[in-house]
Design a protein around this ligand. Structure first.
Ligand SMILES: [Zn+2]
Length: 424
């Protein structure tokens, strides 16, 4: 609706719109428009797009520029007459998010600025199975500290931390309830990291790595579908469900456990206690075993080198590797088709190890969804390959921090002013 002052905000029925909440919503509206615009946008264009008055837009933009969330480009002339317009873009020179990832065979950290550029990245291939959580979290905390120092050296303020973990997470508490491949249960990751890293007052969000990987895909591909299922193959297999460019978490935040969907009633026993789960047929170790490649050697090499071995064997024409990938692709296609039949999602993105293995896996997935998705005859299911690659989860974890700022810039501006005032 349009109020008398020209503010395009919708009031909550039965409640008067308070002036400060109106301003908060309009700040977010303007910042989101600037972030989503394919090219730098002017104040006049923002006024036209939002329905706000030019004076209101100018005041809001000045606030966002003053808080280093928006930057102004050199004025450009869009029409032969009139004043040249100043293009507005996200300012990536001050505000950033930190993402860290604990996975089965590696840990990682990265800093992404508000404009979406990766400013720092560290990955250590190191098998975490059998490690006590305190030891892993101490290593990740040290990584996070190095990342924050690198960000500070580049003049960036880290606004928060996203932590990607391979298991079920209680949201918003951040307790990792169960990570079958690590053998961890009921671990308060947020507390362990905050204590060990000296991360101070930074807000920490813990979520499943497959959820963050889906967000990472959204961040790295501006043409990403607004609704899709993102499937990440690692040693475990997880999925993130994206609806209208937002993650769908389920009632308790535990959605997306596609790796434990049964695809073979009498299949091999899974670490979760069930049998015939997808990850026992399409996870990294299942593919290695079926291809006759050594699993223990792979454990020492780390994820990317391991996938490289599978790719190399497939390119060499190894019939056994091709059969292993066909079987994995079919199992994945069956699980994906079931999910799409249930949720009516128009496409699937293959991430993690499935991205480099896509030449062999994707055709099998496509064949199974074409056969099994009821609506495929009228609306074919798009099978795409991830653009974010193996960094998707840690990118998404960092991107989740900057997305939260875009959603509520006023809240970040309050915290920023407080931090600048106390000099941290
Ligand atoms: Zn299972």
């Amino acid at each position: 609706m349009r109020t008398s002052g020209g503010e395009a905000a919708s009031a909550v029925p039965g409640q008067p719109a308070r002036q400060d909440s109106l301003r908060t919503r309009n700040l977010a509206l303007v910042l989101r428009r600037i972030a989503d615009a394919p090219t730098p946008v002017s104040r006049a264009e923002l006024a036209a797009a939002t329905g706000l008055t030019k004076a209101t837009v100018s005041a809001l933009v000045d606030t966002l520029v003053g808080s280093r969330l928006v930057g102004e480009l050199e004025p450009r002339r869009t029409r032969p007459t009139g004043r040249p317009a100043t293009g507005l873009v996200l300012d990536g020179e001050e505000t950033a998010g930190l993402g860290v990832e604990i996975n089965v065979d590696y840990i990682a950290a990265c800093v992404v600025d508000l404009a979406g550029r990766v400013r720092h990245r560290e990955v250590v291939q190191d098998d975490q199975r059998g490690r006590v959580p305190e030891r892993t979290c101490a290593a990740v905390a040290a990584m996070a500290t190095r990342a924050i120092e690198a960000a500070a050296a580049a003049g960036l303020i880290v606004a928060g931390v996203g932590v990607a973990v391979p298991g079920l997470v209680d949201r918003p508490g951040g307790v990792l309830r169960f990570a079958p491949n690590l053998g961890w249960r009921d671990i308060d990751v947020r507390r362990l990291l905050s204590r060990a890293a000296g991360l101070g007052e930074l807000p920490v969000t813990v979520d499943n790595e497959a959820n963050f990987a889906a967000l990472g895909e959204l961040h790295s591909d501006r043409s990403a579908m607004p609704d899709f299922l993102h499937v990440s193959g690692e040693i475990g297999v997880g999925a993130g469900i994206v609806l209208r460019r937002e993650l769908f978490h389920g009632t308790r935040g535990w959605s997306g456990e596609i790796g434990h969907v049964t695809v073979d009633l009498d299949g091999p026993r899974c670490r979760c206690g069930a049998q015939g789960c997808l990850e026992q047929l399409a996870g990294q170790e299942a593919i290695l075993r079926a291809a006759g490649l050594s699993v223990s050697a792979a454990t020492c090499m780390g994820g990317q080198a391991t996938v490289g071995r599978i790719v190399e064997a497939a390119e060499r024409g190894s019939a056994r590797t091709h059969a292993a990938l066909r079987q994995a692709g079919r199992a994945l296609g069956v699980a994906v088709a079931g999910t799409i039949n249930l949720l009516d999602i128009p496409g699937v993105v293959l991430g993690g190890i499935y991205a480099p293995l896509a030449p062999w896996i994707a055709p099998e997935v496509q064949r199974e969804v074409d056969r099994r998705v009821l609506s495929a005859a009228w609306s074919p299911v798009a099978v795409r390959v991830s653009r974010a690659g193996s960094d998707a989860a840690v990118l998404g974890a960092a991107g989740g921090v900057t997305t939260a700022i875009l959603r509520d810039p006023a809240e970040w501006m309050r915290r920023r002013d407080l931090r600048l005032a106390v000099g941290t």
